[in-house]
Design a protein around this ligand. Structure first.
Ligand SMILES: Nc1ncnc2c1ncn2[C@@H]1O[C@H](COP(=O)(O)OP(=O)(O)OP(=O)(O)O)[C@@H](O)[C@H]1O
Length: 837
């Protein structure tokens, strides 16, 4: 349409439009919501039959409202409340109404109008007074381009070529063919001013930019603004197109959303509007930074880079994304090159060990030797220390003391119940819910590569089974030659454990597999005597418990006798764990008492002293009474010494009785094969020597045993018992029974016997003697060949209180058991053969 030929009045009814801009030469559909404009439309609608009348309006955009134009969804192109004229833009477009439809919804419905832009207008002045808005306007006829204006010519060429470029892109975006043909026609034939208007209304740039083009009634500034906007939009479209082409066709709904976001980010970035990165990108960037800071080994770095690359290609909602991300997190959190520096001073270490533990002299000495060598050698390629002893003797806390003496971080790995090799080595990543093993987890927790790892309860670790062999995995961990390249299945890169100081603890030696045992140096810690327990309680346990119950040091004062009472009457153990628990019970009671007094403001009535009587009141009736004192001296009852499965020693009673019968031997008390055999040997030996022992009156008497049944019982019937060391006690019990001689209950014995009556050495002597001491035994009969154990290990104060008698054969045992009385005839005085063995 040639705008120059159309007569536009200079007073026009005004139609405010929101978020849209009408340009000359373009059409715009509108819904009329504003009341006054609707009245205008009503009027036009009524007079529409008058074919000669041309209905012109001035479409004036509302000024951009920065706070809500972008966020509010516009459903109505004309503002539905009377917009103040101050909010209307000063330029607009004179338009002809080409279509007008009445509201379908009756009163309150909206007119639908299609307007066609004719010329730019400037609002000179608003005229009020009519039911609708009117304004005096200046109409800008389309400027004719002069051929001699080179600058304008150049701009026109540039605009056309930009238009063509846009066309090519739009073609690629598969817009409707009709629209494309029209556009091409326009590019080829339209005047530069109209082309600028058309292109800007086609590509939908931001509202403000459109307004800028509307304001440009001068051709030069319009073309310049249009070229500028078009160039930027083309650039953006190219990026969109690039992203589009790579993802097109392959995506499901979620992928599409992800890539649309990517497109949006790319567009924003191009516009310089990008304010923040997406959370996924943040995540990957953060992970990359953490990996860079982790000081990875070359192998780990290679794996990390490979996985990072995969992660970047993945969509965050993919299940695999989290797996790769967790793996990378693990890699970034393993202390590959971070370590603490050792502050080993032997004197300091000695005082640290002394401070933390009472007694344990040989253990402390060996630990100090170990630390000294460590300091001189400056590497960990030494034997692995294994602290072996019953529960509660301070193995774990010794490990802690070593760590603090070295100034290293400490971590305890509990191996009790570890049945699956993967718990040590980790699961392969293909496994659902895969995790690194306990070693890698420990390293991550401490955050340094040279901690002290305490492998607690190494004897409880499982052996070869369906789930692999955890103890074989430990072999690699503990071997200084191999552990610099330990392979955790999850991490799947070599992990250097050569700087870690491993210390193991165990209760028993037997369950530890021989190859594992071979790699460790055993340091035995036996149970404590009551004397030692008293000192430990006084120096360590009581202050610790007082503090942990929120009391001050002077608030609980327990006399030595009372402490000893707790140890003897309420605990029966090799270690001090139960003792600590009972002391905690006392502290609790005192804490309640003090808190009560404090609440009633009677703290002066609070008594911190605790006597033996108080102990009974607080802890209740004694749990363990004295086994020895209670037992009556009776023929057939003998005290033996045992070594329990937990590694602590104890006393055990053997009761034998006889009754008329047929020479049967009955054994009860949950006995194992070996102990049953010992009983057989004992009865055979006693039968063979019955005349010599004065049991039978004639050497050839055979009816004595065939008319009697013998029953031997080991009380504490629920506790399984086995081993050969009860042999001497069994023979003594039988001799005592048949000879009607009593063995004092304060005499205990241990030793294996042979059929010839020889006494063989047994294990756990130190623990047995300490247990005997605890139980109030004052004479212990031991095999002679165990003398070295007593000399080396048993504490001096125990040896001072217990008489130890060494025996080579049964006669030595019987003599010591019956208080030096020889109840048998010397073999030389007996005519005949004693034994053929
Ligand atoms: N000689 C000691 N001096 C001071 N405290 C001790 C001593 N022995 C043990 N304790 C204390 O006894 C408690 C139990 O010790 P710890 O946990 O080290 O026992 P453990 O030998 O490792 O037992 P388990 O074999 O059951 O693990 C700790 O509070 C520890 O401080």
């Amino acid at each position: 349409m040639n705008t120059n030929t159309v007569q536009i009045p200079n007073i026009l009814p005004i139609v405010p439009i929101k978020n849209k801009v009408l340009f000359p030469g373009t059409a715009l559909p509108l819904q009329i919501g504003r009341k006054d404009t609707a009245q205008l439309m009503q009027r036009i609608y009524k007079s529409v039959d008058n074919k000669d009348t041309k209905y012109f309006v001035g479409c004036v955009p509302v000024k951009p409202q920065h706070t809500n134009t972008s966020s509010k969804k516009v459903t109505d192109e004309t503002p539905n409340q009377s917009t103040p004229t101050s909010e209307l833009h000063e330029y607009g477009c004179a338009a002809r109404i080409v279509r007008l439809e009445r509201p379908v919804g009756g009163i309150g419905g909206r007119f639908f109008v299609v307007v066609e832009g004719i010329a730019r207008i400037h609002i000179d002045q608003y005229i009020f007074g009519r039911p609708y808005l009117e304004a005096e306007v200046t109409v800008y006829p389309e400027q004719v381009m002069r051929n001699d204006d080179q600058e304008l010519q150049d701009l026109a060429i540039s605009l056309k070529s930009t238009g063509r470029e846009l066309f090519i892109i739009l073609q690629d975006l598969k817009l409707p063919v009709q629209m494309l043909t029209q556009l091409q026609k326009f590019i080829d034939g339209a005047s530069p001013g109209s082309l600028a208007d058309l292109l800007i209304s086609t590509i939908e740039p931001p509202y403000e930019e459109k307004l800028k083009v509307l304001d440009a009634h001068d051709l030069k500034s319009r073309m310049t603004a249009a070229i500028d906007i078009l160039t930027r939009q083309i650039h953006m479209l190219k990026i969109t197109q690039k992203i589009h082409s790579t993802v097109e066709g392959k995506l499901d709904k979620k992928h599409k959303e992800f890539y649309l976001r990517q497109q949006l980010n790319a567009i924003k970035e191009e516009l310089g509007e990008r304010d923040d990165t997406s959370p996924e990108e943040d995540d990957v960037a953060d992970l990359t930074r953490r990996l860079q800071e982790a000081g990875l080994t070359p192998d780990a770095d290679k794996a990390a880079q490979r996985e990072l690359k995969r992660l970047k290609r993945m969509h965050p909602t993919q299940a695999e994304y989290q797996i790769v991300r967790t793996y990378l997190e693990w890699l970034s959190e393993i202390p590959w090159s971070k370590g603490t520096s050792d502050t080993l001073d032997i004197d300091k270490a000695r005082s640290q060990l002394e401070e933390d533990h009472y007694g344990l002299e040989t253990v402390k000495k060996r630990i100090l030797e170990f630390l000294a060598v460590l300091k001189l050698k400056d590497d960990m390629k030494g034997p692995i220390l294994c602290l072996l002893g019953p529960p509660g003797v301070g193995k774990t806390s010794l490990g802690k003391s070593i760590a603090s003496a070295l100034g290293r971080k400490f971590h305890r790995i509990s191996l009790g119940g570890v049945r699956d090799e993967a718990e040590i080595r980790g699961h392969r990543r293909t496994y659902l819910g895969a995790m690194p093993g306990l070693i890698a987890q420990g390293l991550r927790r401490v955050g340094v590569n040279n901690p002290v790892f305490l492998l607690d309860e190494i004897d409880k670790v499982g052996h070869l089974s369906l789930h692999g062999d955890p103890s074989a995995a430990l072999l690699e961990v503990l071997d200084p030659e191999q552990n610099s390249t330990f392979n955790d299945h999850y991490l799947n890169v070599p992990l250097d454990l050569s700087k870690v100081l491993f210390i193991a603890t165990a209760n028993q030696i037997d369950p530890i597999s021989p190859p594992l045992l071979d790699r460790m140096e055993l340091i035995r810690i036996s149970g404590y005597t009551f004397e030692e327990k008293l000192h430990i309680a006084k120096r360590h346990l009581l202050p610790k418990q007082i503090a942990s119950h929120g009391l001050k040091p002077g608030y609980v004062k327990i006399s030595d006798e009372a402490l000893l009472k707790i140890a003897t009457g309420y605990t029966r153990e090799a270690g001090v764990r139960n003792l600590e628990r009972e002391i905690a019970g006392v502290c609790r009671a005192k804490a309640v008492e003090y808190a009560n007094a404090n609440d009633n403001e009677k703290t002066n009535t609070y008594c911190s002293e605790i006597t033996i009587d108080d102990i009974v009141t607080i802890l209740g009736v004694e749990k363990f009474d004295d086994d020895i004192a209670e037992r009556m001296t009776k023929p057939g009852v003998v005290t033996g010494l045992a070594w329990t499965a937990s590694g602590s020693g104890g006393i055990l009673f053997i009761e034998a009785t006889q009754m008329p019968g047929k020479g049967n031997l009955q054994l009860t008390g949950k006995l194992g094969e070996v102990i049953k055999e010992s009983a057989q040997i004992s009865i055979s030996w006693v039968r063979a020597h019955s005349f010599q022992l004065g049991i039978t009156t004639a050497r050839t008497e055979s009816t004595f045993f065939s008319q009697r049944d013998v029953h031997i019982h080991f009380p504490s019937g629920a506790v399984a018992k086995d081993g050969p060391s009860a042999g001497v006690a069994l023979i003594t019990a039988l001799v005592s029974l048949f000879a009607h001689k009593c063995v004092p209950p304060t005499t205990a014995m241990t030793g294996e016997i042979t059929l010839r009556g020889q006494v063989l050495p047994v294990g756990g002597v130190k623990e047995k003697i300490i247990a005997a001491h605890r139980a109030g035994i004052n004479k212990v009969i031991l095999p002679s060949r165990n003398r070295k154990d007593v000399d080396g290990d048993v504490p001096v104060n125990v040896k001072e209180n217990i008489e130890i008698v060494y025996a080579d054969n049964v006669y030595d045992v019987l003599q010591a058991a019956f208080d030096g009385e020889k109840i048998w005839m010397e073999p030389s005085s007996i005519v005949g053969v004693e034994s053929r063995l």
